[in-house]
Ligand binder design. Structure first.
Ligand code: NAD
Length: 533
């Protein structure tokens, strides 16, 4: 017993851990950030709970005005944000601006404008029948405190993708960004400073800090990350019946039809596969190319890949940087080696490709032909600069395999025939499907963001995403308060006749039968109402 007490005390007074800010282009530690303790997470959630009523009372317009100040703070700190994202992610500065800062701003700006109308109370269903005199409204109320847990690959954008709709819907938030990019977490904390205290708090740390946030508990969780962590969070949240938005990984498919514009398709597939060194949840991990155009598709794609420049942060012409975290580089190396051993043909890059020897987490962008059931990359998300091409007989085979051989967070179709492309798109199982493009949908804040099957559930972006963070409440009001209700006691004969007449009006196939029931209702309802106790 005494030993248990000492252990508990040791846990409380343990020194906080330091998180490492790491530059993957050089393999160098560039800073340290103090992690929060689980106790501090509890305090942050309590602070958020205290701030919640005041924030909700501002209404969507007031909250949108407050978030505009956050946008202006991003404007002031833009260079610093780009520099920190680029340093910790390894992505070129242009990528940090294009794919992190800009979509974060688009999300804020679009949802700020949308929130007041999307969250407006609406009157619904004035249908009367026996419910004469009842009027219904649907109100969208905040949950309270939303815990947001985000990954490292787009550390700024994805944090704003989670917190923006939650805040606009009237919740306060506690954000736990990834421990792999703690410097960006600090920059996010700084740009959130214009908000009232407790409205948006950043807590830093690894899985245990995320777990403490889920277990605080919060009133809703928005999780963006891997399927493995998502499953742990779903279990922990179930203990408190906390609802969760699950934005998980994918093995996105693209279908290149026999009539595709190959110049467009090769450029778009190249970008969709290698964006952010392939460390993109919606990166193409399977390209199904119709046999008749496959030779030409591969030739052009490999030729274009040769013109893509892989380089470090300081290289202003770099398109692709190194990978961001060592454990992901390990996964990619394992997947490519395994695929080659099992018969995949290397068209570019590959396990033996020459790479820089400067301590950075470099992996040469790789194109493979062939992807079979026995390969690791078939069962697991690769999440790296690897594009497997699969030749198919026709579009039908492509659709079937796109649906069967992995989870699509998003998917795409390339064809010159828009009607045919839309028809194919309608048969692909995915949260988002795009025709003649790939990946851009992540930044379309007016659309939807969320997957199917193993890539998660719940939606971000747009009106549906805003409403993920608001609980619909039905407020019904008796606007004829002096009239008693037909279904109240007693259940006398006139009551039963009246209710039966309503049921007949609803179910009768002919107007003559409906009319007869309506006459019965008129004759009995007043009598029934007079007798109500
Ligand atoms: P991850 O699951 O390892 O970590 C994500 C976050 O969860 C981190 O902040 C981490 O600290 C936290 N975490 C870890 N264990 C936890 C626990 N037990 N309880 C609570 N929080 C915990 O994912 P990652 O490696 O950071 O990111 C890559 C993954 O994210 C890929 O699978 C990628 O596809 C996915 N992703 C999905 C989307 C999307 O929108 N669907 C976007 C980006 C990335």
């Amino acid at each position: 017993m005494a030993q248990a007490k000492t252990k508990a005390k040791a846990k409380v007074t343990a020194l906080p851990t330091m998180l490492t800010s790491f530059d993957p282009a050089k393999g160098e530690v560039v800073g340290q950030v103090r992690a929060n303790t689980p106790q501090e997470v509890g305090a942050a959630v309590r602070g958020a709970r205290e701030a919640a009523p005041g924030w909700a009372a501002l209404g969507p317009e007031g909250r949108a005005r407050a978030l505009a100040d956050v946008r202006h703070r991003i404007f002031e700190r833009m260079d610093d944000l780009i520099e920190t994202i680029s340093t910790e992610n390894g992505k070129p500065a242009a990528g940090a601006l294009n794919h992190d800062v800009l979509p974060g701003l688009l999300t804020l700006r679009y949802l700020e404008r949308l929130a007041p109308s999307a969250l407006r109370t609406r009157t619904v269903g004035r249908f009367v029948g026996p419910l004469l005199g009842m009027r219904s409204r649907i109100e969208w109320r905040p949950f309270g405190v939303v815990g947001c847990i985000t990954p490292w690959n787009y550390p700024l954008f994805l944090s704003f993708m989670a917190i923006t709709p939650a805040l606009l819907a009237g919740n306060t938030v506690v954000l736990k960004p990834s421990e792999m990019t703690p410097g960006v977490g600090e920059r996010i904390r700084e740009v959130l400073e214009p908000l009232p205290p407790g409205v948006a708090t950043v807590v830093q740390g690894g899985g245990e800090v995320g777990a403490a946030l889920v277990d605080a508990p919060c009133d809703k969780i928005c999780f963006i990350g891997s399927g493995a962590t998502g499953r742990k969070i779903a279990e922990a949240a179930a203990k408190h019946l906390t609802p969760v938005v699950m934005e998980l990984g994918g093995q996105d498919a693209t279908i290149v039809c026999g009539d595709a514009d190959l110049d467009l398709a090769t450029s778009g597939v190249l970008f969709g596969a290698f964006l952010n060194a392939g460390q993109t949840c919606c990166a193409i991990e399977r390209a199904y190319v119709v046999e008749s155009v496959a030779d030409e598709f591969e030739r052009r794609l490999v030729e274009k890949l040769g013109r893509v420049r892989q380089g470090a942060r300081g290289d202003s012409r770099a398109d692709i940087g190194p990978m961001t975290v060592p454990r992901q580089l390990d996964v990619v190396q394992r997947h490519v080696r395994d695929a080659v051993e099992k018969g995949a043909r290397v068209l570019a890059g590959g396990p033996d490709a020459e790479i820089r020897d400067d301590g950075g987490l470099w992996f040469a962008p790789t194109v493979l032909e062939g992807r079979t059931e026995d390969m690791d990359m078939f069962r697991e998300e690769t999440f790296g600069p690897v594009l497997p091409i699969v030749r198919v007989k026709d579009e039908e085979e492509a659709v079937r395999r796109a649906n069967q051989e992995g989870a699509n967070l998003t998917a795409s179709v390339w064809s010159r025939d828009s009607r045919k492309a839309r028809d194919i798109a309608s048969r692909v199982a995915s949260g988002t499907i795009v025709v003649n493009d790939h990946a851009a949908t992540a930044t379309m804040s007016w659309g939807l963001w969320g997957g199917v099957g193993d890539s998660g559930y719940g939606r971000l972006h747009g009106e549906v995403g805003l409403k993920e963070f608001a609980a619909p409440v039905h407020v019904a009001q008796n606007i004829l308060p002096r009239m008693k209700r037909l279904w109240w006691y007693p259940y006398d004969e006139a009551t039963t006749r009246s209710i039966r007449a309503v049921a007949e009006i609803l179910s009768a196939p002919t107007w003559r039968q409906k009319g007869s029931a309506a006459r019965t209702l008129a004759g009995s309802a007043l009598h029934a109402l007079k007798n109500k106790i």
